[in-house]
Ligand binder design. Structure first.
Ligand SMILES: [Zn+2]
Length: 687
């Protein structure tokens, strides 16, 4: 019966609210453990029934049956991990530590199930004789690959060891993320008004609001969220305070004591290397990339190294210009990492007569959201109407999404402001994914961001980087919303991780088009559009400081591949490894990795981007080349190009191998030229 009252089992009770949302108000952290236990047991029983089926294996009684199973577990997991990321606390964190090894054990029981694997392998061998549709053949192939890559074909001792490794990795990943959040939560640079020299009004207002949220009445505070830190480093003329904040920021996860992540990183890396070896690969990076678009670490590295040499050369030129500014001021210190953004901002202002504080009043959160919506309307015919539904936090907002024929596409939830209960960063996630196997299931997709929250009554203003982040995450959201597949395994963003950033990074391009920027960049108090001259100056700065940005990113991607290429990582000293690897690639002393290893959540909060941080640049080759397809038509909203983009990328989930999908859209594979041009690296010498 699905009529359990919302209070008796609110997590698993049928989600019958409008849009099939859970009853958020009735759900308390203490409900989750029991809900997980029930959902796990139910899924286990379903899996056992498929494995033990007396009937000969067929697609429907094996693959489709697995695809229909585990629905309660999907619901409880989706809901729980939305909250664990966006609105967590001690109780949710405790549940997270308890359930992450349980979920790993559960995945082991599925992927290391020999009887189940025997059925899948039998089907896979006979795949050409089964009369499958193209989508069914893809699902079968993906199941077979997943089981083999999980170790289903190995002997018992190896499987037992893999199972233990997976459980341990799940716990370590959870601990890693919680430690970073703890370091961020426990730190605030508390200041007096007099310490805010150089800061524009928006940053002062944010600092007042942050102090109030943390209980420092009448003071100002800068916390460790990226937007807050970067604004301070950009504008504060207090070199001593910039250094203090910067040091706290880059030491997250490396402060000794209970939240220090270095031993955790060492153990994670060693366990991943051991797992790869058990599965027949030389290293974790080899194992990981074998199932991605890049295929081998060498392919990924070839791209990164091509870009790295050019980026370093460009950063050196940028450095010299900034050092000259320091001298012009009459100072004689050597530019330090906490100085770079400050002098870059000054140089940008001098060179382009442009400063962030001049742009920001024109970038209101609500208008940029509308801009992202209109872009989706012009490309894909989508419309967005505010939906008044209760959500998990008052700052989260919902919109009903419809297509050009008025059919419901799904629900989009935007949760944009930073708060102490939210993990840092920006991401897309879902409460429900699209599929058609058990009825026409419409997706519920979320964007979680960490923009500084304004004081009550003030408009929320974004930096241009923030606006870009909003478009980026909204591109991921569309990948989830427009998904049009039958089988859940292939839905939306379930694509290889070096392809998944294509829909998001490509979407950022439309923010910079005059069609969108002119219409939606409007002054918060006067309502005036951003002056054309200012837009031109803003866009002219597109390649400004790209040497720095490319170095900051590419160093991370190289260190990621290197640490995950270790064949044996026992007794790894993480700080020492990072230092030596940066020395090896000749990292400029004035630039620090965008994410240092002790707080590199992409790599260590879970498996998602481990040995896969290169994906952003890999995808950028694709997105720069893909946007060129629009420009070549003379219309950045060209209908025919947009239709191919929708058919083969945004709605196609994992229906095809990514290289094939890209070729179907573009007619050929991408080249690196558009990326080098976009970053202004085409004019500097390559390797
Ligand atoms: Zn992304």
């Amino acid at each position: 019966m699905n009529t359990a009252s919302p209070n008796s089992d609110p997590v698993l009770a049928h989600w019958d609210g409008r849009f099939g949302l859970p009853h958020f108000a009735a759900i308390k952290p203490e409900h989750f453990r029991a809900a997980f236990d029930k959902a796990l047991a139910a899924h286990r029983a379903e899996i056992d029934a498929v494995a033990a089926d007396k009937a000969a294996p067929g697609f429907d009684n094996t693959i489709a049956a697995l695809e229909r199973s585990g629905r309660d577990l999907d619901r409880v997991s989706n809901l729980f991990f939305v909250l664990a990321g966006a609105d967590t606390g001690d109780e949710i964190e405790a549940v997270e530590r308890e359930v992450s090894p349980l979920l790993a054990r559960h995945a082991n029981a599925l992927y290391l199930n020999r009887r189940l694997y025997a059925r899948i392998a039998d089907l896979w061998r006979r795949r050409d004789a089964l009369g499958l549709t193209a989508e069914q053949a893809r699902v079968l192939d993906r199941y077979h690959t997943r089981f083999v890559r999980a170790g289903a074909a190995l002997g018992q001792p190896a499987q037992d060891r893999l199972a233990a490794i997976n459980e341990r990795l799940a716990s370590l990943g959870t601990q890693f993320g919680q430690n970073v959040l703890a370091d961020e939560r426990s730190y605030a640079l508390v200041l007096e008004e007099g310490d805010l020299a150089g800061l524009p009004e928006f940053a002062r207002a944010n600092a007042r609001a942050a102090a109030q949220e943390r209980g420092h009445e009448g003071k100002c505070a800068v916390t460790l969220g990226r937007s807050a830190v970067e604004s301070f480093l950009q504008f504060s003329s207090r070199r001593d305070l910039r250094e203090k904040l910067f040091q706290a920021w880059i030491k997250r996860g490396e402060n000794g004591g209970a939240t220090d992540n270095r031993a955790i990183v060492a153990e994670i890396v060693a366990l991943r290397a051991e797992r790869a070896k058990l599965l027949g690969f030389a290293s974790f990076a080899d194992y990981r990339l074998d199932d991605l678009m890049a295929k081998t670490p060498a392919n990924a590295k070839a791209l990164l190294e091509n870009v790295w040499a050019r980026a370093r050369a460009k950063a050196q030129v940028e450095h010299d210009a900034l050092q000259a500014l320091v001298a012009e001021e009459g100072s004689n210190f050597a530019l330090a990492p906490w100085d770079w953004r400050y002098y870059a901002e000054k140089l940008r202002k001098a060179r382009y007569d442009l400063d962030e504080a001049e742009i920001k009043p024109y970038l209101q959160l609500d208008r940029i959201i509308e801009a992202a919506f209109e872009t989706a309307q012009r490309l894909f015919g989508l419309s967005f109407a505010p939906a008044d539904v209760p959500l998990y936090h008052p700052d989260a907002r919902a919109w009903e999404v419809k297509d050009a024929t008025g059919r419901q596409v799904g629900l989009f939830i935007g949760d944009y402001f930073a708060r102490a209960s939210k993990h840092s960063g920006a991401w897309m996630t879902s409460l429900r994914d699209q599929e058609k196997l058990t009825g026409d299931t419409r997706p519920v997709i979320l964007n979680i961001c960490n923009f500084a929250k304004p004081a009550a009554g003030e408009p929320a203003l974004l930096s241009f980087e923030d606006a870009r982040t909003l478009f980026h995450e909204f591109g991921h959201a569309l990948h989830g919303l427009l998904s049009d597949v039958t089988y859940p395994l292939l839905a939306g963003t379930a694509v290889p991780s070096d392809f998944v950033e294509l829909p998001s990074q490509l979407y950022e391009h439309w923010l910079e088009t005059p069609e969108i920027l002119q219409k939606y960049a409007r002054h918060a108090s006067t309502g005036e559009p951003m002056p054309q001259a200012l837009i031109e100056r803003l866009l002219a700065t597109r390649t400004f400081n790209q040497g720095f940005a490319t170095v900051e990113y590419t160093a991370c991607a190289l260190v990621d591949l290197d640490i995950h290429s270790l064949a044996d990582a026992k007794s790894l000293d993480v700080t020492d490894f990072e230092r030596r690897d940066l020395e090896r690639i000749a990292m400029p002393a004035e630039i620090v990795m965008r994410h240092r290893l002790p707080h590199f959540q992409h790599l260590f909060s879970g498996d998602g981007y481990a040995a896969g941080y290169y994906s952003y640049m890999w995808s950028e080759v694709l997105d720069a080349d893909a946007f060129a397809a629009f420009k070549e038509t003379g219309d950045v909203f060209d209908k025919a190009t947009a239709k191919r983009l929708r058919d083969f990328v945004y709605s196609a989930g994992n229906l095809r191998d990514p290289a094939e999908a890209y070729k179907a859209f573009r007619g050929r594979l991408p080249t690196v030229e558009a990326l080098l041009k976009k970053r202004g690296l085409d004019a500097v010498a390559g390797p």
